[in-house]
Design a protein around this ligand. Structure first.
Ligand code: SF4
Length: 327
């Protein structure tokens, strides 16, 4: 089945780009990284996000928790003091009332991330168990456009101009399907020169244009870290959370190096949008499937989730272990 038979060629392509990045980032030479998709800010959502990491610090972050921290939790964990202190003395003053911070200290303690106690004058005090590590090196945004022709480049130009001028990411790329053809000069003219172009095929990847390094504003450090935490939490396989792996027609199909959802009933790589509760062709997996060798609480739908979760976890462990390999 080719991408042209896909209901949503961008979705299948995006998953392939994520898988390629997970295996082979960066085009100039290996850099440990975690990959996520469909993340960004309120103004701008990126297709693929690559968070390059310091592997040693990443291993410490991973040991802290396998879940990502939301911005409230991040504030508390990151500023947790080595010695017992009143939370207001430890955390920089937020732009909202302090009373909202207390439940988050309790939440952090409940998850075993910090210790808390009542101190003098019944004040909530807390201290860290492990320092929050400085694990994020760089953040890279990739826009996926399998059919990057001149009109697609023109349509993308404004968004990419915004990415370059906003400089929330350290580098911006457009990934397109490898065709073996020469890149049209007119296409390059339409894209900002700072944006790299990458041709991704099933077995190889070629840099058609090198990106410029951007200089993120130091005021964005916290936003970038919140983004990195969300990337860590979600990874790129969380698409399954909004699809129907519990449908008897749902399959994971090997596409190059990636496993991509495929619908047997429709004989296509279905889009995320159509593989939903409203799908008229949905059929629940037969109850008998749940009994044949599957754990009672599971079934093929659960198994798909488990396969994808296990893969995410394996990659995280491998990224952390790369610190030992590079020594
Ligand atoms: S039939 Fe519908 S719900 Fe089932 S796998 Fe296909 S697209 Fe998804």
């Amino acid at each position: 089945m080719s991408d042209t038979a896909d209901r949503d060629p961008e979705f299948a392509f995006e998953l392939r780009v994520c898988r390629w990045a997970e295996r082979a980032w960066h085009p100039d030479g290996p850099r440990p990284a975690i990959i996520a998709r469909q993340l960004g800010t309120r103004e701008r959502r990126w297709d693929t996000v690559v968070v390059e990491v310091d592997p040693e610090a990443f291993a410490v972050r991973h040991a802290l928790s396998t879940d990502g921290f939301d911005s409230d939790l991040l504030r508390v964990v990151r500023h947790a003091p080595a010695e017992w202190a009143w939370y207001r003395d430890a955390i920089p003053e937020p732009d909202f009332p302090w009373r909202h911070v207390v439940p988050v200290v309790h939440r952090a303690a409940g998850r075993g991330l910090v210790e808390k106690r009542r101190g003098s004058r019944n004040r909530v005090e807390y201290r860290r168990i492990t320092p929050y590590p400085d694990w994020v090196e760089r953040i890279v945004a990739i826009e996926n456009k399998p059919n990057l022709d001149v009109s697609a480049a023109r349509a993308l130009a404004d968004q990419l101009e915004h990415d370059v001028s906003r400089a929330l990411a350290d580098e911006v790329w457009v990934a397109t399907e490898a065709t073996g053809r020469r890149v049209e000069p007119a296409l390059l003219e339409d894209l900002p020169v700072e944006v790299g172009i990458l041709a991704v095929g099933d077995g190889s990847t070629e840099v058609l244009w090198h990106p410029s390094k951007l200089t993120p504003d130091s005021d964005d450090a916290r936003r970038r870290l919140v983004l990195a935490e969300r990337a860590y939490d979600r990874g790129w396989r969380s698409y399954v959370d909004t699809m129907r792996p519990d449908c008897r027609h749902f399959e994971l199909d090997r596409r190059g190096m990636a496993l991509v959802p495929r619908c047997v009933a429709k004989d296509c790589y279905q889009s995320q949008r159509e593989c939903a509760h409203s799908c008229p062709s949905f059929e629940p997996e037969p109850p008998a499937w749940r009994m044949k060798g599957w754990p009672i609480e599971g079934g093929p739908g659960k198994r798909v989730r488990r396969i994808l979760d296990d893969r995410r976890e394996r990659v995280r462990e491998r990224v952390g272990e790369s610190a030992h390999e590079s020594r």
